[in-house]
Design a protein around this ligand. Structure first.
Ligand code: ADP
Length: 311
């Protein structure tokens, strides 16, 4: 057991690596500006990159994962120039893309063994230990002989984590990991992510506020390619404290409220709309001050650029 764990543990003596992004921009051939002068420092630990669909998250993740070119800017991971030293990045990178594309018709064991070989674990005994330890870590040991193509969404994501952990990565990028997972699968996935070492930069790109709330010590909010907030979730909450107002309204009132107030979210609770408004003072008598959530922070920031309607 201790030998197996040795393969998975990030060495404590490793120097602390930060990811420093400076003035990063990307415009696609069709004119869409996916990233607009993004400057952001990402420390080790779990970092949440929050933004609505189309915000630019995947573009940023793909550039960091050396799969796409930026137009301008610099990215440093410790001493590695990420935009230029792509081979160096790939040696320390674990990447879990949004979609694997076609899932291979080989077993989980065969696939991990194959990836480990590609990543340079050439010693047969070491590779066997590693693959077995990974399968146990992500709770796929029982399913190791099954084809990945037949896995559930949650199992595929856990397999994704297993493959991303091969080679003791220093930078792990996880793009929209919990989209499409049921609550149980999402919990198992959360638990797995929290076991990844503190000395690793883990970037979790997501449009699901709960992902960031439960997992991340630091976060950023992006929308339309621009960085809107960077810092600790608690600091984000402090920014809007005392300014989030709640009111339960009749469905017929909704139109008027949307026009007259800065409505940041609109939720049905027991079939009745409950709106949140961002305002310095009480919008009208029916509103009560509420303790802000990260969801309020998120919608306060992207409000004005997006119509804020929460399920
Ligand atoms: P997110 O991951 O936050 O949903 P993306 O980075 O995928 O955002 O997309 C940001 C913007 O760039 C969107 O408007 C999207 O339509 C556009 N975009 C993404 N990839 C391409 C591409 N290959 N060609 C053209 N436009 C793209």
């Amino acid at each position: 057991q201790s030998i197996q764990n040795a393969h998975l543990r990030a060495p404590n003596s490793a120097p602390c690596m930060e990811l420093v992004i400076n003035g990063l921009s990307k415009t696609y051939a069709n004119g869409v500006k996916a990233l607009d002068n993004v400057t952001l420092t990402i420390p080790t630990g779990m970092f949440g990159l929050l933004g609505p669909n189309g915000a630019g998250k995947s573009s940023l993740m793909r550039i960091l994962a050396t799969l796409q070119e930026a137009d301008a800017g610099t990215v440093m991971l410790g001493n590695i120039d990420v935009l230029r030293q792509k081979d160096e990045v790939r040696k320390v990178l674990g990447y879990l893309p949004q979609e694997f594309g076609v899932y291979p018709r080989v077993s989980a064991y065969q696939m991990l063994d194959h990836i480990a070989l590609l990543k340079g674990v050439i010693n047969n005994g070491q590779r066997k230990d590693l693959v077995e330890a990974l399968l146990q870590k992500v709770n796929l040991w029982e399913h190791r002989k099954r084809r990945i193509a037949g896995f559930s969404g949650g199992m595929k994501q856990r397999f994704g984590i297993a493959q991303s952990l091969i080679g003791e990565p220093k930078l792990i990028i996880v793009d929209e990991p919990t989209a499409g997972l049921d609550p149980g699968e999402r919990n198992r996935f959360y638990n797995l992510l929290t076991e990844i070492g503190e000395n690793v930069v883990v970037i979790l790109s997501t449009h699901i506020v709960q992902d960031v709330q439960e997992l991340c010590r630091n976060m950023a909010i992006i929308n339309k390619g621009q960085l809107l907030f960077a810092g600790a979730p608690n600091d984000a909450l402090k920014e809007v404290k005392g300014r989030i107002w709640e009111k339960s309204i009749a469905k017929s009132e909704l139109e008027t409220q949307l026009v007259t107030h800065q409505v940041i979210s609109n939720k049905l609770i027991a079939g009745r709309p409950v709106i949140h408004v961002h305002s310095e003072s009480r919008p009208d008598e029916g509103f009560a001050l509420v303790e802000p959530t990260l969801e309020d922070v998120f919608f306060s920031h992207i409000n004005g650029t997006e119509k804020a309607v929460v399920g």
